[in-house]
Design a binder for this molecule. Structure first.
Ligand code: NAG
Ligand code: NAG
Ligand code: NAG
Length: 460
């Protein structure tokens, strides 16, 4: 009997302890102990969508309103002067955010074909317009004006049906929200905007759509104390309906990016080119000068397929994910130039995906002799991503020479039958590529090296 009571006590203590230790506290020391949900590192490739009222003018960038009213650019002010009557307001653009051709299933098919494993939509950019019928954004949301639809909900359903994770971008601040401006005028000693708008809206977003990623932004003007970021994240990690799966970035207040969060984005288009200890993401754009759609973009403004694959290889080699931005149109279409790039990416991944998905950084990131070659690794294989076809069909690599000191090492080219010939020549190995006419990949060719000398990976 006595023993029984003791075991019961022990059991109770254990349970209580588990409960205590499973709880994250609202401070970075505690929040930073959370392990990264494993799906995120394996996914490697996401698609970013910048869509909102800024997609209506679709000139210059998604910062159109700011570049018109707060920090005027000639491109925007001239466009407004030449095409709109005096007194026209930014809010008047909202009724032309029609989205009449928006078919979320079609978008999801395009994304699935691209090989991306997650999609992140702007639920609300700095303009404050919510792409869902938010109770905290009266009349300035996609249900009350413009599309008259719940864009966040429709896309989420379709993307998840296609087997892709669904995340939401959310801007903490809003350029011209009077509550934000009042708090700012009080040097952020008051938190009216945070208490009445930002936090309730974020909880609404999480409870309603259960995003797999929260891609926070718009954090640089005030600190994380003002935004109550750690309180929100403790709630998200402890109590939210998607607490086990959700992943957040690092933009939670001035000084926080690159220091706290489940993974780091540091700055836009972050691309360190060397291995990082912490999981990170390169959020970049296919249109080199804008995240939002631009009607006047030229072909040369878009990344070429090899430019995109170069960024992908470098990013994944260095432990990052790549988040590829597409700007949909106000009519709800994805323009064919974006669809083409995404399709080309998907075709490449269909042949070479095993070098990317679920891969880990290897001990070298790029070859010490040949800077056109980036490495990844997985199980017993090291993958060498060749961004250019080698001269005389022979590539010389130095960083992998130890692998070839074991004669049972084999090397093949993904998408091509058979093993390749190789020979060690002092400090380097020379690998004979097949006839270019026989290989499937049109660009960026991946060697798969399987060797008993492989010593593991660089673990993140
Ligand atoms: C949306 O696209 C899908 C796939 O092409 C199609 O089956 C469906 O009928 C479309 N829905 C509407 C409302 O047009
Ligand atoms: C954050 O901002 C508030 C308001 O400006 C200020 O009172 C507080 O000292 C700041 N906290 C830190 C840690 O800098
Ligand atoms: C590649 O690796 C070498 C070291 O082997 C390094 O010095 C160089 O900066 C790396 N990056 C690029 C882009 O070549």
């Amino acid at each position: 009997m006595r023993l029984h009571v003791n075991s019961l006590l022990l059991l109770t203590l254990t349970l209580t302890n588990n409960v205590i230790f499973a709880k994250y506290e609202p401070n970075w020391k505690s929040l930073d102990t959370r392990p990264l949900p494993t799906w995120f590192d394996k996914a490697k490739i996401g698609i970013f969508l910048h869509w909102g009222v800024f997609s209506v003018p679709s000139v210059r960038s998604e910062w159109f309103w700011w570049d018109w009213k707060d920090d005027p650019s000639a491109e925007v002010t001239n466009y407004m002067k030449d095409n709109f009557p005096p007194g026209f307001s930014y809010q008047e653009f909202a009724k032309d955010f029609t989205a009449e051709f928006f078919n979320a299933t079609q978008w999801a098919h395009i994304f699935a074909k691209s090989g991306a494993k997650y999609v992140i939509l702007t639920s609300k950019h700095h303009e404050g317009f919510t792409n869902w019928p938010s109770a905290y954004s009266f009349s300035w949301n996609a249900k009350d004006i413009g599309p008259h639809r719940d864009l966040v909900g429709e896309l989420g359903d379709a993307v998840r049906k296609a087997g892709i994770k669904y995340g939401l971008y959310h801007s903490l601040f809003e350029w011209f929200n009077p509550m934000w401006l009042a708090d700012k005028a009080n040097r952020f000693k008051t938190q009216s905007f945070v208490d009445n708008k930002m936090i309730p809206e974020m909880k609404e977003l999480v409870n309603k759509y259960q995003p797999s990623v929260i891609w926070s932004d718009g954090d640089w003007e005030a600190n994380d104390t003002y935004f109550k970021s750690t309180e929100f994240l403790a709630w998200l990690y402890n109590e939210s309906p998607n607490k086990d799966e959700v992943v957040v970035n690092d933009r939670w207040g001035a000084g926080i990016p690159c220091h706290h969060g489940d993974y780091y984005t540091c700055k836009d288009k972050y691309d360190p080119g060397v291995l990082q200890e912490k999981k990170w993401e390169n959020a970049m754009t296919l249109d080199k000068s804008s995240w939002g759609f631009r009607r006047n973009a030229k072909l040369s403004d878009y990344l070429t397929p090899i430019e995109l694959l170069t960024l992908l290889a470098r990013t994944v080699s260095c432990g990052g994910n790549i988040l590829i931005n597409v700007g949909p149109t106000k009519e709800g279409t994805i323009s064919p130039i974006f669809e083409e790039r995404l399709t080309q990416l998907g075709n490449w991944l269909g042949i070479n995906g095993e070098a990317i998905y679920s891969s880990q950084p290897w001990t070298s990131q790029n070859d010490s002799l040949n800077s056109n070659v980036w490495y990844t690794s997985r199980d017993t294989a090291v993958y060498a991503i060749n961004l250019v076809w080698p001269e005389s069909n022979t590539v010389e690599l130095a960083s992998v020479v130890d692998l070839f000191k074991n004669p049972v090492t084999t090397v093949s080219l993904l998408g091509n039958e058979g093993k390749l010939k190789w020979v060690i020549n002092s400090d380097r190995v020379e690998i004979q590529f097949p006839d270019k006419a026989t290989v499937k990949s049109e660009t960026a060719w991946v060697l798969k090296i399987v060797s008993p000398n492989k010593k593991g990976n660089c673990r993140l």
